[in-house]
Design a protein around this ligand. Structure first.
Ligand code: KG4
Ligand code: ZN
Length: 355
């Protein structure tokens, strides 16, 4: 049932292998509540190929998108015409997957006579943090590390909401490194959660000794003067280590541990460097890899060690780390507020201006 005092934003996300829809409500004071967050994951379908197959992903989106949107509306106890605005991911991502979300959003916005906002997927990941933390409680400037299957990006954000990219991967993304490493180790897809589980098992086993580096892997670009990353060399180094080792199949936990540690060390070093350079008062993690418990733990400890309590550290709830549509709707809420288009009546219906 629609409440006249609330605005409702429907977010739609289909940039990779998750079909997602979510509805946020916003009250007059700008307080946001997540009414629904529906995700249909295609992981089980792509698993047997060891990664996302774009053509299959697009066809699955076509099948799932309307049921997912319907479920999001049902959970929020709303009907399409009750919405105040729609928001959809327009890139970056797999083009055939993106088209499915964009065309559906355009058709629905046209039918329901609602404004439609175009949202950048990385911007969505950034705002995933604000689904948990109130912007009023965040001190700026902030440094944000976006780590997912498609991106490894360091960004700064000012109080006014200006976002700048200050560092990026030059080749593979951190999540891609996890996925490709897992493939080499015969662990399946997606690699992040599996490698992280095996690494934890190794760390808790009697074979682990903190002072001994049993498998040496490089930390590419860790001391480079810029804030960029590179992970393809690490992947190649793992391949050569595995080729040398006849017993590697019995040491998968150990390899997972050292491989993960190499990724985490670089991510943390560069984030700390960016925090110092931009005198940031807050560090935020986001994206699929930010679900990683070890990364969260070590990042928190390093921030504490380097800045004591002068820098705050946030990471999103687990359900908001990997691709979801609540983050897309949240980015739209911020966008509307920034353009002073709040309440939404100031945006002309069907404007679709940014698409
Ligand atoms: O944000 P996301 O769902 O999609 C992209 O925008 O790319 O991120 C997916 C990536 C995959 O590479 C996956 O292996 C990684 O996030 N991932 C993790 C964990 N959970 C997912 N990486 C490390 N540790 C995890 N627990
Ligand atoms: Zn993503």
């Amino acid at each position: 049932m629609r409440n006249k005092n609330l605005q409702y934003v429907l977010g739609i996300e289909s940039s990779c292998d998750e079909t997602a829809a979510a509805i946020l409500s916003v009250n007059k004071a700008g307080e946001v509540e997540e009414l629904s967050n529906v995700i249909s994951s295609q992981i089980n379908i792509h698993k047997k190929y060891g990664g996302v197959v774009p053509e299959i992903a697009a066809r699955e989106h076509v099948l799932n998108i309307l049921p997912v949107i319907n479920e999001a509306l049902k959970k929020a106890k709303l009907a399409g015409p009750d919405l105040s605005a729609l928001a959809v991911t327009t890139g970056p991502g797999l083009i055939t997957s993106l088209i499915c979300g964009v065309e559906t959003a355009k058709a629905l916005a046209y039918t329901w006579k609602k404004p439609l906002l175009a949202i950048n997927h990385i911007e969505g990941h950034i705002y995933a943090n604000f689904l948990t933390v109130n912007k009023k409680d965040v001190k700026f400037p902030a440094v944000i590390l976006t780590v997912s299957g498609g991106h490894t990006t360091l960004l700064t954000m000012t109080k006014g909401g200006s976002i700048s990219i200050v560092g990026e991967t030059r080749d593979d993304a951190a999540g891609e490194a996890y996925d490709k490493g897992a493939k080499m180790l015969g662990l399946g897809y997606p690699g992040g959660p599996i490698i992280s589980k095996l690494a934890k098992k190794y760390k808790e086993s009697p074979n682990f000794s903190p002072n001994e580096e049993k498998i040496k892997l490089p930390r590419p670009m860790i001391d480079s003067p810029d804030l960029d990353f590179s992970f393809s060399g690490l992947k190649t180094a793992l391949l050569y280590e595995l080729k040398k080792d006849k017993n590697w199949e019995n040491r998968k936990e150990e390899y997972s541990y050292y491989y993960q540690q190499a990724i985490i060390d670089v991510l943390i070093r560069k984030t700390i460097k960016a925090t110092k350079k931009y005198k940031a008062q807050t560090v935020m993690l986001t994206g699929g890899v930010s679900a990683n418990t070890q990364l969260r733990k070590e990042m928190g400890e390093e921030i504490e060690k380097n800045f004591s309590n002068k820098v705050s550290f946030f990471s999103p709830q687990l359900k908001h780390t990997t691709d979801n549509a609540a983050m897309i709707a949240m980015a739209a809420v911020f966008k509307l507020a920034k353009k002073k288009n709040w309440p939404i009546k100031n945006v002309s219906a069907n404007s679709g201006a940014e698409l």
